[in-house]
Design a protein around this ligand. Structure first.
Ligand SMILES: O=C(O)CCC(=O)C(=O)O
Length: 325
C-alpha cells in the first residue's frame, strides 16, 4: 500500500517535471527587455500578465539607469559623502552570511546553518576592510530590514522609494527596500523568499543562479543546528550554538563541484544563470530559489513587495509535502 502511494507520488512529480520543461522552461535564458518597454502606459498590465501571473523572471536592461545613484554611487563617492556614517556589516570567515559551515565538536564535525557576526563601523572603515586583501574575514552590508530607508535615509534622494510600475502591478508599496554592498567573496547561499523582488544593480554586477519553485523536488534540504559567528576579526573565530534551535536549509551549493556528486537529483533542477549589470533590474518572482555572487564592492538595492498568498503558494506547500522537503 505504502509503496503504491510512493510510486504514485513519484509519477506525479515526474509529470510536473515533464510538463514544466515542455510548457514553461523551454528557453535556457531569462527573457530580457529594454527599459523603454517599462515607459509605455500598458507596461504595468503587461508586466503583471506576462511575468507576475506566470511567476516568471525578466531582466530589464537599463531599468534603473535613470536613478542618480547609478552615476554617483561607488566606494569613492561614499568615502567622500558619508565617511563617518555608522553601517552594520555582516562579517564572516568564508563569505557565507546565512549559510552552511562545519563546526568541530566533541561529536566530530557537525554542519551548521550560521548567521554572520554583525559589527557596526564607520563607512570608511568598511571600505578600507574590503580593500585589505590580507584580512582573514569578509564584509558585506546585507541587513534585510529595509536598511536603505531605515539606515541610509540620506541616500534616498538618489533612488526611488518604490518602482512605480511594479507598485501598480502588485497593487501595493514595497514592504522593504534593502541596500547591499560587499566583497567579491561574499556569497548569498541558495534560498527563496516570500517576496516579489525588483533587484536593481547600481555599481558593478551580480551573478544570479535561479531555480523555479516547481523544481523543489530536486533541491535538497536538510535540517541543521543554528549558530552565529563570533570574534570573526580576532582570528579566534568560533560558531556560537543557538542551543537547540534548528532550521531546514538547502544543502547544496551549486558552485561546489563535489556537491553535485553528493546530491545527484540536483541535475534535474532547471538553472537559469544571469548577470545583472549596473543600471539593470531583475524581476525575481516570489518563491524562486536564488544564489547570488557579485563583483568586488558591488552596490545594489532591492524592493521587496509582499507576495500574494494565492493558489501558487498553496500548491508550493503541497509540493513541499509531496517531495518530503
Ligand atoms: O544580493 C544578494 O547577495 C542577495 C539578494 C537576495 O537574496 C534577495 O534580494 O532576496
Amino acid at each position: 500500500m505504502c509503496d503504491k502511494t510512493d510510486n504514485k507520488v513519484a509519477e506525479a512529480l515526474e509529470v510536473l517535471k515533464t510538463e514544466t520543461s515542455e510548457l514553461i522552461h523551454v528557453c535556457p535564458e531569462v527573457p530580457v527587455i529594454n527599459v523603454n518597454e517599462t515607459l509605455k502606459a500598458d507596461w504595468p498590465l503587461r508586466f503583471y500578465r506576462n511575468f507576475v501571473a506566470k511567476n516568471y523572471p525578466v531582466v530589464i536592461r537599463g531599468g534603473c539607469k535613470h536613478f542618480p545613484a547609478v552615476s554617483k554611487w561607488n566606494s569613492r563617492f561614499f568615502l567622500e559623502a558619508i565617511p563617518n556614517k555608522e553601517v552594520t556589516v555582516a562579517v564572516t570567515p568564508n563569505g557565507y552570511a546565512d549559510g552552511l559551515a562545519t563546526k568541530t565538536t566533541e561529536k566530530g564535525k557537525v554542519h551548521y546553518f550560521v548567521m554572520p557576526e554583525e559589527i557596526k563601523m564607520p563607512m570608511r572603515e568598511f571600505i578600507k576592510k574590503m580593500d585589505d586583501v590580507s584580512k582573514q574575514y569578509i564584509c558585506y552590508i546585507q541587513k534585510q530590514n529595509s536598511n536603505l530607508t531605515e539606515d541610509f535615509s540620506e541616500l534616498m534622494c538618489d533612488v526611488q522609494s518604490e518602482i512605480p510600475w511594479a507598485s501598480k502591478a502588485f497593487d501595493k508599496t514595497p514592504d522593504a527596500v534593502n541596500f547591499w554592498m560587499g566583497d567579491a567573496r561574499a556569497i548569498t547561499s541558495m534560498h527563496k523568499d516570500p517576496y516579489e523582488n525588483i533587484y536593481c544593480v547600481i555599481d558593478g554586477f551580480k551573478d544570479f543562479i535561479l531555480i523555479p519553485p516547481t523544481d523543489l523536488p530536486y533541491v535538497p534540504y536538510k535540517t541543521y543546528p543554528v549558530g552565529t559567528y563570533k570574534d570573526v576579526m580576532n582570528k579566534k573565530c568560533f560558531i556560537e550554538d543557538h542551543k537547540g534551535e534548528k532550521i531546514e536549509w538547502i544543502a547544496i551549493d551549486p558552485l561546489k563541484r563535489n556537491h553535485h556528486d553528493k546530491y545527484p537529483q540536483f541535475k534535474n533542477a532547471t538553472q537559469y544563470k544571469v548577470r545583472i549589470k549596473s543600471g539593470d533590474c531583475l524581476y525575481l518572482p516570489s518563491l524562486w530559489f536564488h544564489h547570488v555572487k557579485q563583483s568586488h564592492k558591488c552596490i545594489a538595492i532591492n524592493y521587496w513587495y509582499d507576495m500574494d498568498f494565492d493558489v501558487k503558494y498553496c500548491y508550493f506547500n503541497m509540493l513541499k509535502r509531496l517531495s518530503g522537503s
